[in-house]
Write a protein that binds this ligand. Structure first.
Ligand SMILES: Nc1nc2c(c(=O)[nH]1)N[C@H]1C(S)=C(S)[C@@H](COP(=O)(O)OP(=O)(O)OC[C@H]3O[C@@H](n4cnc5c(N)ncnc54)[C@H](O)[C@@H]3O)O[C@H]1N2
Ligand code: MOO
Length: 388
């Protein structure tokens, strides 16, 4: 059995980065920018007023000015402003030549075209210099996951289309005679496919395009048909049928179909019967069927692979550290990803760690990581975890 780190390395070796496509900004949020883009303009493109008021050369309380014109956002005042003169100005308008500050309208009294500065005059100057936000040539470097803030910045840079990596198409193939879809009436020995939907949600969140295949039964013909339906996917994820039982046929059928297997079995808990390889040009990851095992492997392996496919750095799931709020017993020989909750007092691993318990996973916001053979730990010990 290989370690989690070795498995991740092998998965990255199987991972292909996807081609670049241009998408309109309206569709760019969450996508990964594929190459650096540069501003082709300064923002603001002129010195701009930050307030509604009057543009003047200088002002002290008691000064009076003649209002000689108006500057609004979108239409400047033509010509300069001189001593004793003021230009009525609004937020976002170009500051007229010669003005060095804006007196906000709350700080003046107005009578016809005369204004007088009151004693309440603030420090100003309420002018945003040209290029204060960004200048021509300033770049947004890649790769980076586009956020609403970055989308707004690209729009401001006048970049209408963003070059992004294509989203991976991921086929999800669940297998088991016992499975039915949510909403169906299960037979007495049947259960509802659950991690299938959890993986779909996780993949959507990661920026992939997941596609659910029909549930495959525990026979070779059904599995073959399902694998055929996966054609065209960049990544095929199977769920279940990965272990050593008589009905665990995923490895055999994938092998018959030409899978080039990179590894099978990882020294982790849960998730031991993980497998991966290449199948007809696609990457394949076989997840164990136990609902929590599949979800944990989703966070530990599938998420880093999807990020890598999207062109982001090849890195393990980000970890953080927290002190234990309750002691932990010694760990066994496999790296353990314990379902845990973060509290103000510290992190607490659930008492129940069976890999079938989705109710426990649902109450967890962290996978607390125990190294193989980690000794018992006391309250206060710092532990690594993956936020989920
Ligand atoms: N003799 C051994 N038995 C088992 C071993 C072992 O090493 N030796 N490993 C155990 C471990 S660890 C795991 S994990 C499971 C994984 O088995 P499979 O990947 O073959 O999964 P299945 O047997 O198909 O299912 C396990 C369990 O999960 C339920 N399941 C499956 N798919 C779904 C789904 N899409 N949604 C909800 N639930 C699902 C299935 O009904 C079973 O209850 O093997 C152990 N056995
Ligand atoms: O590895 Mo299994 O995934 O422990 O339940």
């Amino acid at each position: 059995m290989i370690s989690v780190a070795e498995a991740l390395d092998q998965l990255f070796a199987l991972t292909l980065t996807l081609p670049v496509e241009e998408v309109p900004l309206i569709k760019a949020n969450g996508r990964v920018l594929a190459r650096a883009v540069s501003a082709t303009r300064n923002q603001p493109p002129f010195s701009a007023s930050a307030m509604d008021g009057y543009a003047v050369v200088a002002a002290t309380p008691g000064d009076s000015f003649t209002v000689i014109g108006e500057a609004a956002a979108g239409s400047r005042h033509a010509g300069p402003v001189g001593a004793g003169e003021a230009v009525r100005i609004f937020t976002g308008a170009p500051v007229p030549e010669g003005a060095t500050r804006i007196v906000i309208q709350e700080d003046v009294t107005r009578d016809g075209d005369r204004i007088t500065v009151t004693d309440a005059l603030d420090r100003g100057p309420h002018i945003r210099p040209e290029g204060d936000d960004f200048r021509i040539g300033q770049t947004m470097s890649a790769p980076i996951r586009l956020t609403p803030a970055i989308v707004a910045l690209l729009a401001s840079m006048n970049i209408a289309k963003a070059p992004v990596f294509r989203q991976p198409e991921v086929a999800i193939l669940s297998t088991g005679d016992e499975l039915v879809m949510p909403g169906e009436t299960p037979g007495p020995d049947q259960i509802i496919a659950s991690n299938t939907f959890g993986l779909h949600a996780l993949l959507s969140d990661l920026g992939a395009r997941p596609r659910l295949l029909p549930l495959a039964r525990d026979n070779e013909a059904s599995l073959r048909t399902a694998f055929e339906l996966a054609q065209g996917a960049d990544l095929v994820i199977t769920i279940g049928g990965a272990s050593v039982g008589d009905h665990d046929l995923v490895g055999k059928v994938a092998g018959d179909l030409g899978m080039d297997r990179a590894f099978y079995k990882v020294a982790m808990r849960p998730g031991k019967p993980l497998m991966a390889g290449r199948l007809n040009g696609a990457m394949m990851i076989g997840l164990p069927g136990n609902p929590v095992s599949a979800m944990v492997c989703g966070h530990v392996f599938v998420a880093p692979v999807i990020r890598a496919m999207l062109g982001l750095p090849r890195a393990a799931a980000p970890r953080a550290q927290m002190a234990l709020a309750e002691p932990l017993p010694a760990n066994g020989p496999r790296e353990h990803y314990m379902r845990a909750r973060r509290t103000p007092e510290g992190i607490i691993a659930d008492q129940r760690q069976d890999s079938a318990l989705l109710s426990v996973l649902g109450q967890s916001d962290a996978l607390l990581i125990r190294a193989p053979n980690d000794p018992a730990q006391d309250i206060g010990a710092l532990v690594d975890y993956i936020p989920i």
